[in-house]
Design a protein around this ligand. Structure first.
Ligand SMILES: NC(=O)c1ccc[n+]([C@@H]2O[C@H](COP(=O)([O-])OP(=O)(O)OC[C@H]3O[C@@H](n4cnc5c(N)ncnc54)[C@H](O)[C@@H]3O)[C@@H](O)[C@H]2O)c1
Ligand SMILES: O=P(O)(O)OC[C@H](O)CO
Length: 328
């Protein structure tokens, strides 16, 4: 199911670069496509991606290109562009049937589709898998130990790709629950914004723990309704990533929420951000998708109200605390 050739990575942001680095650490050749010529030049000439992963000396086994046609030589493709751009990027690629390993965390706006559904439409001939879990890029690139979920509907493909991508510091756990793996990663970004708000507004650690627990209940309600398995949601790509992102100011989503909690507007916070905080784009889509199914997601609704400017921090907190008491 995999083909000969270098490991391909589509996307030269922090995560694409970190994945290239850890995969090259075992001596594998990695071909990385970035749309930004300056990123390509810096990687090839200086072994660094100063725009997205500054200070990390990159392996000699990584070659960067801005020519999409070069990626046809890759044996498999890790797709690491932001979720809202994935369809457009894949549509530019002439498929050779290589397996696609989707690494973005989000839900497509308007269509409400998960990334594996988008990939199947954009590249119908390619087997599809999802890689997700608690993975800060700078730690993975630095060779710190990391475990991820590697999900494909055909379990044999998940196991094969897990073997191919495993490295001494990167440990993939195979799964056949693609929907569960994707929903965990998409929803945790929205909940991380909420936890950042708690931090920025100085609401304390009790409130943050409560939010993680109630947020996980939201993730579970939504996930189960879409066919995810409970054990996947409670695993690396769900609860594992939720705990990571909700407890660190290194998270871009958490830091966006922190700014909101300090009273800054989403428009200002997002205006000159070079890096992506996927939760800001996932939140309204997630809320629409939940409402269409009659699923109650009060934390997600609060994040949406803050992001749109419809409500301020104090209104959102009062509204959450005033919700009717009910059984856990
Ligand atoms: N950084 C992490 O630690 C991490 C870990 C796991 C998953 N992810 C996920 O990986 C995906 C990519 O995140 P990242 O951290 O590499 O991004 P980043 O914030 O480091 O960089 C942004 C990337 O988006 C690209 N981009 C911006 N506008 C674009 C457009 N119009 N079309 C195509 N590409 C565009 C940029 O070229 C750049 O490669 C996201 O879905 C993110 O949630 C990130
Ligand atoms: O920095 P964030 O919030 O985009 O989180 C990065 C990864 O998704 C953590 O697993």
């Amino acid at each position: 199911m995999t083909q000969a050739g270098p490991i391909g990575v589509l996307g030269g942001g922090a995560w694409g670069t970190a994945l290239a680095q850890v995969l090259a650490s075992g001596g594998s050749d990695v071909l990385l496509w970035a749309r930004n010529g300056a990123v390509v030049g810096a990687i090839n000439a200086h072994r660094e991606n100063p725009a997205y992963l500054p200070g990390m000396r990159l392996s000699e086994h990584i070659r960067a290109t801005d020519e999409m046609s070069d990626m046809r030589e890759a044996g498999m493709l890790l797709v690491v562009t932001p979720a809202q751009h994935m369809r457009a990027i894949l549509s530019r690629f002439s498929p050779e049937g290589q397996p696609l390993i989707l690494c973005a965390k989000g839900i497509e706006a308007v269509t409400h589709k998960l990334m594996h559904q988008v990939a199947r439409e954009a590249m119908p001939g390619s087997p599809v898998a999802v890689l997700s879990g608690p993975t800060f890029a700078h730690e993975v690139a630095a060779g710190l130990p990391t475990a991820v979920t590697l999900a494909a509907e055909e379990e044999a493909l998940a196991r094969l790709l897990a073997d191919v991508l495993a490295r001494p510091t990167l440990r993939p756990y195979a799964s056949d629950d693609v929907v569960g793996a994707e929903i965990g990663g998409a929803v945790k970004n929205v909940l991380a914004i909420a936890c950042g708000v708690v931090d920025g507004a100085g609401l304390g650690q009790n409130a943050r723990a409560a939010l993680i627990a109630r947020g996980f209940a939201e993730m579970t309600r939504f996930g189960l309704a879409l066919g995810a398995r409970a054990e996947t949601l409670a695993g690396l790509s769900g609860l594992g990533d939720l705990v990571l992102t909700c407890s660190s100011r290194r998270s871009r989503n958490f830091s966006l929420g922190k700014g909101l909690g300090e009273g800054r507007s989403a428009a200002d916070l997002l205006a000159d951000r070079r890096t992506v905080a996927e939760g800001a784009y996932t939140a309204p889509v997630l809320l629409e998708a939940a409402r269409a199914r009659g699923i109650d997601m009060p934390v997600t609704a609060s994040v949406c109200a803050l992001l749109s400017g419809e409500q301020g921090v104090n209104d959102v907190i009062s509204a959450l605390l005033a919700r009717p008491l009910r059984a856990e």
